[in-house]
Design a protein around this ligand. Structure first.
Ligand code: GDP
Length: 490
């Protein structure tokens, strides 16, 4: 009959599609964010959710898991042996609470690029797969973690040393000068035509790096270049990282600068700047970035709210730059670097367990406002993207307290000990206080001066929950997984 013929045709087409794609599908998913955004926690959680699918992981928003088709995942050896392995085991050890007198600890953050390959087993839904009698298909998922700081270097590819120097000069004037005294002292007597020896250059570059670190750690600033000075990866101490911007170039004409001798300070720094662009920035895009299929960018919006107005403004500027990497698409100089496009992008505000659940909507609105410019450009370029509010590893529980007959939302959790708060502090604090609190309201629009004046913001640092041999508790990791993988698990 006609129906039978049509069915046969449809099944034939599905079978053809399936064979085309192969039963073993592949996907390269990259995870980035500025340091402290939550990449390491996110990857540990993502991997553990998949490994425990069907075994206690709560993944209702991921249809393949909800329907019982997700069969779990296992780690296999990664394809690129020159990239460090993502430290999953170390992260799990920290969370297990077996190795510290204080109990579970947050995984130690990664500082460079790392990679991990998972094979995810699932039962396909398509009729063709069933007819071909394959009850089981696999998705090979390559997870790549890299510092968002590296993306902040992208604009350098289109800048010359003079333009970059003048940008740095402007930034210094915007609230960061405090951290730069030593470096500014060191260059005070220098002019573009000065002759400076190698050792002295290395010293000054190291003072400039100190400035970047201080502005980051103490000031909460993030729009800091060169990104590799903060997170050098394998380039630690390499001479290619020994340069710095030269203020005051605006007083010189291009001709006068070009006429300076090779050995002059200006020519030396400009040469190193070019070398950095060619040998560090460009290869990252060429060797890694353009090979990603999908990307998630994690953003610590709450942390920036905690830090105050100048760092918050700075985060907005940094994100603007960072997202240009994804919107660049076909633009001139980079066109060749970006010949392949990321086909899905996720943007997530992390650590949502720091606020009560009814604030999550506001948190997402704030994220979208913060990214208004880049989101517009990405949509214009037709990059499919979605924004989320998540907690990779939920460290608090939502509660209600009743006061004078009124119900109020609250959070219960354990605070990290006194010196445990920052992820890179070595010393551990005393006991962990158990608390019940309301951490404040998230503005759903970009905060105005009144907001900062009232400064109602104070988010606690929660200790992680104990996660031992099970999937970490989370908020909306399943929704993120659905957006990033769902269509490949059909
Ligand atoms: P990375 O530098 O981007 O890899 O950031 P990490 O994953 O190391 O996260 C930095 C810190 O943020 C951690 O040490 C935790 O204190 C905190 N953090 C990360 N994810 C979460 C989360 O889901 N919930 C909570 N409460 N804190 C988180």
């Amino acid at each position: 009959t006609r129906n039978a013929r049509q069915l046969a045709r449809e099944v034939g087409r599905e079978a053809h599609d399936l064979l085309e794609r192969g039963l073993d599908r592949q996907l390269r998913l990259a995870v980035t964010g500025l340091s402290g955004a939550g990449k390491t926690a996110f990857l540990v959680s993502l991997i553990e959710q998949l490994r425990h699918a069907g075994l206690g992981a709560r993944l209702e928003l991921l249809p393949a898991a909800r329907d019982g088709r997700l069969l779990g995942a296992e780690r296999v050896s990664q394809p690129d042996l020159s990239i460090p392995r993502f430290p999953l085991e170390a992260g799990l050890r920290s969370l297990s609470g077996q190795h510290s007198p204080h109990g579970p600890e947050w995984p130690t953050p990664t500082r460079s690029i790392s990679e991990l390959r998972l094979k995810i087993g699932f039962r396909p839904t398509s009729r063709a797969a069933r007819m071909l009698d394959s009850q089981r298909a696999t998705l090979t998922l390559d997870l790549i973690d890299y510092p968002g700081e590296w993306l902040l270097d992208l604009p350098m590819l289109e800048q010359d040393f003079t333009a970059w120097s003048s940008e740095c000069e402007t930034q210094l004037a915007d609230g960061r000068g405090d951290w730069a005294h030593d470096w500014m002292g060191a260059i005070a007597g220098l002019t573009p035509d000065s002759e400076v020896d190698e050792d002295r250059l290395a010293e000054i570059a190291s003072l400039y790096t100190d400035y970047l670190h201080a502005a980051r750690r103490k000031g909460g600033f993030v729009d800091l270049t060169p990104g590799r000075f903060l997170l050098p990866g394998e380039l630690d101490e390499a001479p290619v990282l020994q340069f710095f911007p030269l203020p005051g170039l605006g007083d010189w004409t291009a001709d006068a600068l070009a006429a300076l001798p090779e050995t002059s300070l200006y020519r030396t720094l400009a040469r190193r700047f070019d070398h950095y662009r060619r040998r560090v920035v460009r290869p990252f895009y060429h060797d890694h970035f353009r090979r990603f299929d999908r990307q998630i960018v994690l953003i610590d919006v709450l942390g920036a709210l905690n830090a105050g107005p100048a760092p918050f403004r700075d985060l907005s500027r940094a994100l603007d730059k960072l997202f240009d990497s994804f919107a660049y698409g076909r633009r001139h100089l980079l066109a060749r670097l970006m010949d392949r496009r990321i086909d899905r992008l996720a943007i997530a505000a992390t650590k949502a367990d720091h606020v009560t659940p009814e604030q999550h909507g506001a948190m997402r609105d704030l994220l979208e406002q913060l990214l208004a410019g880049p989101l517009k450009r990405l949509r214009y370029r037709d990059v499919p993207l979605k924004a989320f509010t998540i907690a990779a590893i939920r460290a608090s529980e939502a509660r209600e307290v009743v006061e004078n007959g009124q119900r109020h939302p609250a959070l219960a959790g354990h605070l990290l000990g006194e010196h445990e708060g920052s992820s890179d502090s070595g010393t551990q604090g005393a006991g962990r206080e158990s608390v019940l609190l309301f951490p404040g309201e998230v503005p759903s629009r970009l905060p105005d001066p009144n907001f900062w004046a009232e400064s109602r913001f104070d988010f606690p640092h929660f200790a992680p929950p104990q996660v031992d041999g099970k999937a970490p508790p989370h908020i909306r990791m399943d929704a993120v997984l659905d957006w990033l993988l769902g269509d490949h698990l059909k």
